[in-house]
Design a protein around this ligand. Structure first.
Ligand code: 3PG
Length: 212
């Protein structure tokens, strides 16, 4: 899969939503109800971070929820790419990028949304044809005002800010004409997920869905 084909797939996925919830799950058995809850709240796209040993099983469970679009996040090691694709990941998000990661995603036909946070990193990704880039870590790198300044010199790039995004600051990022959507874990707080408080998560999802 060529980079421009990846970009078309990523554009389609990002344009479906304003918010992509990030999840970090230790227990794959609650992956399905969590995906169903997010769907009921209006969010169909989910990023499953590879930060727990259960992540591949979580992806697999989510692939069984028909309307959910599960992607793999925190994808760093090229050796995890095929495994994530086999587990049902429909897209991949990485905090930065390497040549090997791009090659592995091309080979596995897994659309990649790579991360950058400096103008040079953005330009290197641009040179490779990536017109949609994760902006990470958004808040720690200077937040909305820094992204706004960066956006002015890269009008051709759409950004997916993540890292420190909350229900309070998300709307600000979404006001930028070249923020395609935002990502964050505020929709799926660990405590509520562990308590399987689906009603509370559904409300957070619905509030996130209504942000624009
Ligand atoms: C990421 O993986 O993109 C970020 O670590 C998410 O950050 P958050 O937990 O602050 O939303």
């Amino acid at each position: 899969m060529a980079v421009n084909t990846m970009q078309n797939a990523i554009t389609k996925i990002c344009k479906m939503t304003s918010v992509i919830p990030l999840i970090e799950l230790n227990n794959h058995q609650i992956a399905k109800p969590l995906a169903q809850t997010l769907l009921a709240g209006g969010l169909s796209t989910i990023e499953v971070t590879l930060r727990t040993p259960a992540a591949f099983k979580v992806l697999n469970e989510m692939a069984g929820v028909a309307e959910s679009i599960g992607g793999v996040g925190t994808l760093i090691d090229p050796e995890d790419v095929q495994r994530a694709a086999n587990a049902g990941a429909q897209f991949a998000v990485s905090p930065g990028v390497t040549e090997d990661l791009i090659t592995a995603c091309e080979k596995a036909r897994l659309p990649l949304l790579p991360g950058a946070s400096t103008p040079t990193e953005i330009m290197l990704l641009l040179q490779k044809g990536f017109l949609i880039q994760k902006y990470f870590p958004a808040e720690a790198s200077g937040g909305y005002s820094r992204l706004q300044a960066i956006s002015q010199v890269f009008p051709q790039i759409s950004f997916f800010p993540t890292g420190g995004i909350t229900e309070q600051n998300a709307a600000n990022y979404l006001k930028l004409s070249n923020t395609i959507c935002v990502g964050g874990s505020w929709v799926t707080p660990k405590k509520l997920v562990e308590a399987q408080d689906w009603n509370a998560i559904k409300k957070l999802a619905n509030d996130a869905k209504n942000l624009s």
